[in-house]
Design a protein around this ligand. Sequence first.
Ligand code: AMP
Length: 118
Amino acid sequence: MPYDKNNIFAKIIRGEIPCKKIFENDHVLSFHDINPQKKIHALVIPKGEYVDLDDFNKKASEKEIIELHKAISYVSSLLGVTNKGYRVLSNIGLDGGQEVPHLHFHIFAGEKMGKMVV
Ligand code: AMP
């Protein structure tokens, strides 16, 4: 699937749509999910144009890949959930239930997660 420059996260990265920002650096942006599924629900996304994790791993630079992974742990520490634990999830494609076609990791926290897959 080609990257859609008008997807909602691309608009957030360009500053055309606001977000509740948690963290930002040259390669990564993190913000609170607009429709939280748990007490804490954050998103961590690369600033580069990648449809999903497969696209990212094929095309992104090593620096981008490292920065995105490090950001997940860093955002979790900013959220204060490192010790209690949390869940990280990325939906990929149709069967994965991906709605926004820009790679994102969900961070769920603040309560027990329950079953891994419902
Ligand atoms: P996914 O189903 O994995 O593609 O998840 C997309 C996520 O993006 C959902 O959890 C939505 O609630 C979230 N979302 C959609 N629009 C926004 C927005 N403007 N700001 C923050 N989160 C959003």
